[in-house]
Design a protein around this ligand. Sequence first.
Ligand SMILES: Cc1cc2nc3c(=O)[nH]c(=O)nc-3n(C[C@H](O)[C@H](O)[C@H](O)COP(=O)(O)OP(=O)(O)OC[C@H]3O[C@@H](n4cnc5c(N)ncnc54)[C@H](O)[C@@H]3O)c2cc1C
Length: 450
Amino acid sequence: MKVDPRRVRSLSSRGPGSGPVLYWMSRDQRVAGNWALLRAQERALERQTPLAVVFTLAPEFMGAPHRAYDFMLKGLAQVEGRLRAAGISFHLLFGPPDKTLLDFAARHKAGAVVTDFDPLRLKRSWKKKIALQLPVLFEEVDAHNIVPAWVASPKQEYGAYTLRPKLHKLLPDFLTDFPALVRHPFPWTKTVEAVNWDVVMDRLQPDKSVAPVRGMDPGESAGAKTLGLFIKNRLSSYADTRNDPLEEGQSDLSPYLHFGQVSAQKVALSVRRHAWDTPSGQTFLEELIVRRELSDNYCLYNPGYDSFDGFPAWAQKSLNAHRQDKRPFLYQRAEFEKAATHDPLWNAAQTEMVKRGKMHGYLRMYWAKKILEWSPTPEEAQSTAIYLNDRYELDGRDPNGYAGIAWSLGGVHDRPWFNRPVIGSIRWMTANGCKSKFDTDGYIRRVKTL
Ligand SMILES: Cc1cc2nc3c(=O)[nH]c(=O)nc-3n(C[C@H](O)[C@H](O)[C@H](O)COP(=O)(O)OP(=O)(O)OC[C@H]3O[C@@H](n4cnc5c(N)ncnc54)[C@H](O)[C@@H]3O)c2cc1C
């Protein structure tokens, strides 16, 4: 089976050369169920050339701290081993990809470069620069979404209600089993030294103040195990328990999905086999497919996805009308970061994120909305929320984060609600509302034991 050509976009008009094919791996850091790797192998087999996977480590990538690099590098070490077993070499480069990848491609006379899709600004700007200079075929494959983002919709969608029918119509075409990656028959011609992973972190020198998380093992195997445990123990009650932080009903897959260590398509196929027609199966697939792909749609088509300008007109107008309102509490970023607000529930949510690297999904909404209420301006609130989310969450620096924050603070994918001081028509959440949903005191007590 071939990779569906609708999943692939040309990033330049140049054709392939005769040299090896490179897969510039970036967002989808796995070997199993990876459409970009499969496409690269397809190209290499057609031309009977070697295939190599290249990963470039850019310095100070979007403020990622030690915690994020630890999770990612341990996953990449597994990728290297799995690729070796499949006859594919792995090369780790240091520096901005628009330099290192081009140098590598030139040095090895690459005949084609295939990469994976990411709607975020930085990755797009690298690809644009590479496309201008790379003398051979340069292709992008959406290996992250089940329905490729550009096929799902050609424009920014208003909300889940407009994207959902489009996705459901296309799912029979795209929610298919993966063909197997074959052992690559054309080996890399030069000897490839194994990466010395022990020295990589020293070379990167990320911010060590955000320590690696214990209790969540990185990599493809751990991701597959997390999925297996979720299906066995929690999937059947997901619809009832996912909004209660004390029930631990969520899948905990977001760090694996964010780093591409697990394929969303593989997750959907496994869930479909076990619980397609149950309320829990349907609720989970709505989050995994519709909500997740809606975030990619938002970041792909809205250049202001992380700014006030990205909010819909009604929300901007409403928030502008309340700029002069007296805030009930006002905090600086440092006070938020230290979980030093007057609100024990908010402080517990912030602490959970700092300690576990993952705040419960229900509390993420409350957490972000209160930052809006307690900041001098919506712009400062958004920037604080993004800073904290990207710094501490293992799944941070993700379209889901920018969309989730824009939903909470700026009405993206939502509608106007009652007009209130400070937050205008943005949907409101309160500690009492949370209390009516779950045992907030029990949650605060539990976070204290972390
Ligand atoms: C303010 C705010 C910030 C957020 N920041 C992030 C972030 O940085 N990274 C991130 O991956 N998610 C983010 N989310 C979305 C959501 O909260 C998390 O994806 C979810 O809590 C992750 O836990 P899980 O994998 O156990 O979720 P599960 O409930 O098990 O869901 C499975 C998967 O479905 C997807 N999903 C679930 N809820 C959402 C949602 N609301 N929007 C989009 N996709 C969803 C995710 O890929 C998730 O891993 C944010 C939401 C809000 C409101």
